[in-house]
Design a protein around this ligand. Sequence first.
Ligand code: NAP
Length: 283
Amino acid sequence: MSALVLDGKALAAKTEQELSARVEALKAGSNGQTPILATILVGDDPASATYVKMKGNACARVGMESVKVEMSSDTTTEQLLAKIDELNNNSNVHGILLQHPVPEQIDERACFDAIALEKDVDGVTCLGFGRMSMGEEAYGCATPKGIMRLLEAYEIDLNGKHAVVVGRSPILGKPMAMMMLGANATVTICHSRTQNLADHIKQADIVVGAVGRPEFIKAEWIKDGAVVVDAGYHPGGVGDIELAPLTDRVAAYTPVPGGVGPMTINTLIYQTVDSGEKAISGQ
Ligand code: NAP
């Protein structure tokens, strides 16, 4: 039997239509105000510039505005903190995206944490992570939150299931694990020091690959009927999981590309629209 394809591209497109309608309604009721996302790009890394551009384009597609802040590669922590402070205090800005990674002389964690909680639409602050982990209101970190939205849209039930998350980065594995725990999964987190990785993965009802190495998680480690979520994307169109041999023996999987990837930017704009609605119309 062929597996259910968790189609992030289709869900993102459908969500954009819904977001366009919400932005239109907000404009109509507020003399043309739209949610506004401020993107901050520090330095001249071409990949980061592309990501920031894609985020601006996604805002435009749903009728939202974005403000592009570009800072030179010799920017100091203090200068970046001052810029974030300015955006925090600008009531016309509803979301702030600081593109990762910033140049190495900058204290990235301090800068992420300077973003006001209500504008942390990319879910990168420690405060937001802590609140989310405690089941309190906060925007989720965009990639894992996008994965949760995708699983929910396809009615994948996590309740009581064993989820194995491979990777523990601050933007992916760690928040992913806390979100799955919040959805009542039993969660195992694996990382580079984990022993007998294959044995852990063999126990999983749901496997999340967030390792950053092409096809590192082997198909033979994954049990029949599992749900497979692959956050990776590498040249050649492969992810972190060896997917091809799995498509007719797992219950569901995210394709690469077109699974997790489109949900990340979609979640960023979804959360910015929410923040804009709260600020503009007090919803
Ligand atoms: P990262 O910061 O490099 O973290 C990689 C994680 O994998 C670390 O926790 C590391 O463990 C773990 N790891 C490394 N080698 C391992 C091994 N041999 N066995 C088990 N675990 C191992 O990467 P990331 O930012 O979380 O990204 C992970 C993947 O998701 C990448 O493929 C990236 O391209 C992708 N990604 C996609 C999106 C999207 O929008 N689709 C967004 C972000 C990332 P330690 O902590 O012990 O070092």
